[in-house]
Design a protein around this ligand. Structure first.
Ligand code: CMP
Length: 139
């Protein structure tokens, strides 16, 4: 199986609560290699562009406001079956339905403040990684 990539974010709520180190350790222990990493903060306009696919949904405005409310960590991760395995590691989008041992079960506060984001397809992983990282930031 060839190595693949996924894109992930540690959301503002988890950064505010100092969960960054714990979450990165879990990601590494699960066999993901960090190909690129950046601490950044989205403007409201950037968050709206990043979450363009959700425009029109009732949670879109508050999601964009929340995602631009503070620093985030953005990650390009490499592993076999990266997209699928990372979605499994983070658990259900709704932390109330997230399985024991998943990152969202451990660190999420709510559906919106669900600690981490993980790309849902190879195509979106590429689009999302290209949003943040240029080529010389990837190793
Ligand atoms: P994420 O993986 O970042 O992708 C889109 C985000 O929208 C999702 O995690 C949740 O934080 C948020 N989200 C999805 N569905 C809802 C919902 N029904 N209400 C509020 N927020 C939602």
């Amino acid at each position: 199986m060839a190595l693949g990539y996924t894109f992930a974010m540690i959301k503002p709520s988890a950064c505010r609560k100092n969960h960054v180190g714990s979450i990165l350790a879990i990601i590494n222990q699960a066999g993901f290699r960090i190909s690129a990493i950046q601490s950044t903060k989205l403007t409201l306009e950037e968050a709206q562009r990043f979450y363009e696919v959700h425009r029109g949904k009732e949670f879109y405005d508050s999601l964009c406001e929340f995602m631009s409310s503070g620093p985030i960590i953005v990650l390009l991760l490499q592993k076999e079956n990266a997209v699928k395995d990372f979605r499994k590691l983070i658990g259900n989008t709704n932390p109330q339905m997230a399985e024991e041992g998943t990152i969202r079960k451990m660190f999420a506060e709510s559906l919106q403040k669900n600690a981490v984001h993980g790309a849902d397809s190879d195509e979106n992983a590429k689009r999302e990684a290209d949003f943040f990282f240029n080529q010389r930031e990837r190793y």
